[in-house]
Design a protein around this ligand. Structure first.
Ligand SMILES: Nc1ncnc2c1ncn2[C@@H]1O[C@H](COP(=O)(O)OP(=O)(O)OP(=O)(O)O)[C@@H](O)[C@H]1O
Ligand SMILES: Nc1ncnc2c1ncn2[C@@H]1O[C@H](COP(=O)(O)OP(=O)(O)OP(=O)(O)O)[C@@H](O)[C@H]1O
Ligand SMILES: [Mg+2]
Ligand SMILES: [Mg+2]
Lengths: 260, 260
C-alpha cells in the first residue's frame, strides 16, 4: 500500500519544495507511481510544476467540498501526479479549530476508509510538501505520514531549529501517529567551497549519525531556474549537479525504505 | 518619536532576519538609537546576536505578564537594543483568539499610552523581524509599523509570493493601520554571476519602480557565518561585501526616510 512521506522543516527556505518536486519526479523516473501533495498555501510545489490549483484543490478536499478524484492532477512527467494548493488553503488553518480531531483531517481524506480512489491502489509513494511553520497544516501532514524527510540547509539559523522539529515529531508520534519516524535528514544547498557548510555538515552527521543521507544536494543555480520553466530538474537539465544529486537521493531513499 | 519598520515576507529564507540584524546594527553604528524586536518564534534574531530570551520576552510582554523594561536587552553593539523571543512566542498565535482587537496587541504594548518607558523617548528606530507567514504575529507587526521593508530573494518562488504580500499590506492599511506603507523592496542574496538573479531583479525594478532599493545585498558567505559568532556583519567582517552592502542599505534607508 502507499507509503506517505512528509517533507518538513519550520525553518524557511531550506529547499523543502525543491526537494519535494525533485525527489518525487526522480522516483517517478525510477518507475514508481508518485503523488506530490502541496500542503503549503504558498502553492510553490504547484506553481513550480507550472500547474494551476483550479477550483478544487487541497483546501476543498480538506473541507469535504470535493472528492479526491476532482482534486488530483496528472502531470506530463512519468509516474507523477499532484494534489495542488493555493492561497485559499490558509482558510483550513483557521477552520480546523471547528473540526473535532482536526489533526487527522488530511490522514482521513487521503488514507481513510473508502477514500474514493483508494490511494493505496494507485500510488506507491505520496510526498507532502510542508509550509515553513509547525502549525496545523504541518501537524496534519505529520499525522498522515509514515516518515519525515528533513531538508536541512548547512547553516547556523537552520541548525538552531532542528531540535524543535525533532521534539515536534516526537510529540506527534506519541500523541497522534505512533508509526511516524524521522526517515532521514538531507543536507541541501551545500557549498563545498565554504568552511561553514562543511563544519555544519560534520556537526549534523555526528549528532544524527545514520539518519543523515549520504547523498547531499550542492548549491546549483539550475535548481533555482527549473521551477521558472515549470520543470523538475531531471527534465530541465539532466546533466546538472542538481539532477545528479536528486537521482542519488531518490536511490538512497529507496534503499532506506527497503531497510525499514 | 520612534519610527517603526516591519521586515516581512511570508516566503521562507529570503534574509528577513539577516536584514533585520544587520540593518539595525548598521544604523546603530550611524548613531541612531535602535531597537530590534524578534517577532518570530524561531528566535533567530535573538540567537543571531548570541542573546538568550530569558524569562521575560516578547511572549510575556504581549500577554501582559511583564513590563517593557523587563523584556528589553542591551547589546554590546553601539546604539542597539533587542526585545528577544523564543519558541514560547508560538503561544501568542493561539492565545490571540481570546483577545479583543488582537491585531493591536503589539502596537499597544510598544506604542500605547503609558507604555512605561515610552519607546518614543528612548529609540529613533524600531525594527520588527517577522516569521515566514502572514499569520497573527506578522499582522501584529504590520499594525504596529509605520512602514514595511520587504527582503526579496531574486528567485522564482520568492517572486510568486510578492503579490500576496502586497495585498496583505493593503488589507492591513485599509482596515487596521492607515499609515502603513511599503517603504521599499530590498534585493537579497543577489548572485551577479547568474542570469536568474539579474532577470528577476530587472522584473522587480520594472514592476515596483522607485520602491526597489538601489542598494542590493550580494550572496556573501560571511553573512551566513556572522550569526554563528553572535555578531552583526559590521562587527564580524567590516571589509566583507556583506558589510559594505548593509551599510549602503542603512544610508539609503535614512535617505528614503528623510523623504517621507
Ligand atoms: N541546491 C540548491 N541550489 C540552488 N538553489 C536552490 C537549491 N535548493 C533550493 N534552491 C532555491 O532556494 C530557494 C529556497 O528553496 P525552496 O523554496 O525550495 O525552500 P523551502 O524550504 O520550500 O522554502 P519555504 O520555507 O518558503 O517553503 C528557492 O528559490 C529555490 O529555487
Ligand atoms: N546575502 C547573503 N549571502 C549569503 N547567505 C545569506 C545572505 N543573506 C542571508 N543568508 C543566509 O541565508 C539563510 C536564510 O537567511 P535568513 O534566515 O536571514 O532568512 P529569513 O527570511 O529570516 O528566514 P525565515 O523565513 O526562516 O525567517 C541564513 O542561513 C542566512 O545566514
Ligand atoms: Mg516551500
Ligand atoms: Mg528569519
Amino acid at each position: 500500500s502507499a507509503y506517505f512521506v512528509a517533507i518538513a522543516n519550520q525553518k524557511g527556505g531550506v529547499a523543502k519544495t525543491t526537494t519535494s518536486i525533485n525527489l518525487a519526479a526522480a522516483l517517478g523516473a525510477l518507475e514508481k507511481r508518485v503523488l506530490l501533495v502541496d500542503c503549503d498555501p504558498q502553492g510553490n510545489a504547484t506553481r513550480g510544476l507550472d500547474l494551476d490549483a483550479g477550483d478544487t484543490h487541497l483546501y476543498h478536499l480538506l473541507m469535504g467540498q470535493c472528492s479526491l478524484d476532482e482534486a488530483l492532477v496528472e502531470t506530463d512527467f512519468p509516474g507523477l501526479w499532484v494534489l495542488p494548493a493555493d492561497r485559499e488553503l490558509v482558510g483550513a488553518e483557521v477552520e480546523f479549530v471547528n473540526v473535532e480531531d482536526w489533526q487527522y483531517t488530511l490522514r482521513r481524506r487521503l488514507r481513510g476508509e473508502g477514500s474514493e480512489l483508494g490511494l493505496n491502489e494507485r500510488f506507491d509513494l505520496v510526498f507532502l510538501d510542508c509550509p515553513p511553520s509547525l502549525g496545523h497544516l504541518t501537524v496534519n501532514a505529520l499525522v498522515a505520514a509514515d516518515e519525515v524527510v528533513v531538508p536541512l540547509q548547512a547553516e547556523f539559523f537552520a541548525l538552531q531549529g532542528i531540535s524543535e522539529l525533532v521534539a515536534t515529531v516526537q510529540r506527534v508520534k506519541t500523541a497522534l501517529n505512533p508509526k511516524l519516524e524521522i526517515g532521514g535528514i538531507l543536507l541541501t544547498m551545500v557549498d563545498k567551497r565554504t568552511n561553514l557548510s562543511q563544519e555544519v555538515a560534520d556537526d549534523v552527521r555526528r549528532f544524527f549519525e545514520g539518519k543523515v543521507y549520504t547523498a547531499q544536494v550542492p548549491r546549483n543555480v539550475r535548481l533555482a531556474e527549473a521551477p521558472s520553466h515549470g520543470l523538475p530538474i531531471i527534465e530541465y537539465d539532466i546533466k546538472s549537479s542538481g539532477a545528479e544529486a536528486y537521482l542519488a537521493v531518490a536511490r538512497e531513499f529507496l534503499q532506506r525504505l527497503g531497510g525499514r
